[in-house]
Design a protein around this ligand. Structure first.
Ligand code: AMP
Length: 142
């Protein structure tokens, strides 16, 4: 199964935020969209970073005054991205190795989707179920 197959079911909408927006804005956005991370993009749509709930928790450990600080101060700038033809098992491996749960999908420098660990697990479980059903049918058919 490829990243593209996940995107075709879940959609290609990516929630983004601009780097000058505050952590308060980011919290409101994540809460409203019920998600765990936003991709930080410039006015030209270029990916500048990613800000996840974990970054916000880490920032808050310094005190509540950080809520007025810009997103750019706490985002991760070195974003690991994937391409649409990448296998979901490989995305899972990268997320496990890198210890993160979100991976933006890019094509020719453009953001075309985002895969979360939740999407990966959901599709892997569906694959396992499919294999189990096929094996059961094979055994009982004889
Ligand atoms: P997460 O598990 O996605 O909430 O993120 C854990 C940490 O990894 C946070 O510091 C994020 O900014 C960072 N992070 C999340 N996704 C990525 C990614 N695709 N590439 C690099 N860092 C990431």
């Amino acid at each position: 199964m490829t990243v593209d197959q996940i995107l075709s079911t879940k959609g290609r909408t990516v929630v983004t935020i601009q780097p000058h927006r505050t952590l308060t804005d980011a919290v409101a956005l994540l809460a409203e969209k019920r998600i765990g991370a936003a991709v930080v993009t410039g006015a030209d749509g270029k990916v500048l970073g990613i800000l996840s709930e974990r970054d916000i928790v880490r920032a808050l450990a310094q005190g509540q005054h950080v809520m007025g600080d810009p997103v750019s101060r706490y985002m991760t700038s070195k974003v690991v991205t994937c391409m649409r033809d990448m296998l979901v098992v490989d995305v899972m491996e990268e997320m496990t190795q890198g210890r993160f749960r979100h991976m933006p999908v890019v094509e020719e420098g453009r953001l075309i989707g985002l895969i979360s660990i939740g999407d990966v697990v959901k599709h892997r479980l569906a694959e396992f179920q499919h294999e189990t059903d096929a094996l059961r049918e094979y055994i009982t058919a004889g």
